[in-house]
Design a protein around this ligand. Structure first.
Ligand code: RFL
Length: 386
């Protein structure tokens, strides 16, 4: 049985759905968010942390940045380590001179939920979209919800994407063939900045989150079971790959969370059709090697809000057609950089001639980044930009 029709039914209360919901309410468009998980689960899910300058601008312009302004940290440097030494890139002084704001995704989600509710929006937690047909969303175990438009912001395994691919929309995809053990540690950062360590045992990464929590990554074989990684094994491996003996100790702490992330990327050929439009991971998944996913979600949510406003207020669908045309080139540029970063960070395993050739290419790329101002500017522009 269908309930009354709203302007936009949004699937998913992640960064994409919540930014979109807030921007629609700001424009006076009624919407309802359907989120399959509980509020506590959504607000406690630690994932991204690096917000590009563009994301911060969007959030600030629309009154969504109070928390990140108060508690976010500005980062303008990152460092690279290998057996050939260490160097820091002050990317805040390179390229466009832009910075990252480090603010844990779960805190951003918490702020966005609070603001959405304050603006009078409705979120139904525990409401899983089972299918989307035209403007109607079938909710598992509940009443159907109908909107003039449906925004699929329910991630890359969501119902929105499934409905679109069932209609024949193609996907371009790549499996990077690499996995990361993503570790969240109750430990202060060990470095001032982001640290990328190249090692013959595999990549290791250090990402500051807050004064008491740090994220680490360890490249691991596909199919790795996180349960095989004890706390001691994680720290031993991080100490080795981050070359702590040479460059300084790591500040260790309890492991709060460990998950395996397979590095995969894909982009839908068009992010919507008819009454169903997608944003965020639903429209395309990007490997976390350059920390772009949440930033693309914000970018797309902003563009989609503008397009939906025109479609709803003036019955003008040209904005929706332009949504794809405007976003896709920027999405692909982020994918290109992410892919480049993946090649920089992940060396081959093994010591045969081909592995040695690829590893030397990796070092040549790193050396070019260390010494060439032109290369550094290009890196900075893509690293902070979206
Ligand atoms: P989300 O955040 O996955 O939210 C989708 C929401 O939809 C809900 N859902 C449904 N609701 C109703 N019905 C259904 N059928 C549903 N199916 C799903 C889900 O419960 C969820 O609440 O997608 P969104 O909004 O597109 O946001 C994308 C970002 O979350 C993602 O791209 C980033 O987290 C990626 N990422 C990073 N991005 C950055 O920009 N910077 C980073 O530093 C960064 N670090 C990361 C990351 C992702 C990681 N993992 C876990 C893959 C680090 C990690 C470890």
């Amino acid at each position: 049985m269908a309930t009354a029709q709203v302007g936009v039914v949004i699937l998913g209360a992640g960064p994409a759905g919540l930014v979109l919901g807030n921007l629609l309410l700001e424009r006076g468009i009624d919407c309802v968010i359907l989120e399959r998980r509980s509020r506590a689960a959504v607000e406690g899910r630690a994932r991204a942390g690096f917000l590009a300058a563009h994301s911060v601008r969007v959030l600030t312009e629309h009154g969504l940045a109070a928390g990140l302004m108060a508690r976010g940290k500005t980062h303008t440097t990152c460092l690279f380590r290998s057996d050939r030494g260490e160097f820091t890139l002050d990317y805040g002084k390179l390229g466009q001179g832009e910075a990252h704001t480090v603010y844990p995704q779960q805190e951003l989600v918490r702020d966005l939920v609070a603001e959405y509710l304050r603006r009078g929006g409705e979120i139904r937690f525990g409401a899983e979209a089972a299918a989307v047909t035209e403007g109607t969303v079938r909710v598992r175990g509940g009443a159907d919800v109908t909107g003039r438009y449906v925004a699929g912001c329910d991630g890359h395994r969501g119902t929105g994407r499934a409905a679109l691919t069932a209609r024949g929309v193609r996907t371009a995809r790549r499996d990077h063939g690499v996995s990361w053990l993503a570790v969240l540690a109750a430990a202060p950062p060990s470095l001032e900045a982001v640290g990328y360590a190249l090692h013959e045992r595999g990549f290791a990464g250090h990402m500051a989150r807050t004064a008491t929590v740090t994220r680490y990554y360890l490249q691991c074989p596909r199919g790795t079971d996180p349960a095989d990684w004890s706390e001691d094994r994680i720290w031993d491996e991080l100490v080795t790959r981050m070359r702590a003996a040479e460059f300084g100790p790591l500040r260790e702490g309890a492991v709060l969370e460990k998950t395996v992330v397979d590095l995969r990327s894909d982009v839908l050929a068009v992010p919507g059709a008819g009454r169903l439009w997608l944003a965020g991971d639903a429209a395309g998944l990007i490997s976390p090697s350059a920390a772009k996913g949440a930033n693309l979600a914000v970018l797309q949510a902003e563009s989609l809000a503008r397009a939906l406003e025109a479609a709803l207020a003036q019955d003008d669908r040209t904005g929706l057609a332009r949504y794809a045309a405007d976003c896709l080139p920027r999405v692909w540029r982020a994918h290109e950089f992410s892919h480049w970063m993946s090649g920089l960070l992940h060396g081959p395993v093994g010591a045969d001639d081909e592995a040695r050739y690829t590893r030397e290419l990796q070092y040549a790329r790193l050396e070019s980044l260390r010494t060439s101002r032109a290369h550094q500017d290009f890196f900075a522009e893509n690293y902070t930009g979206i």
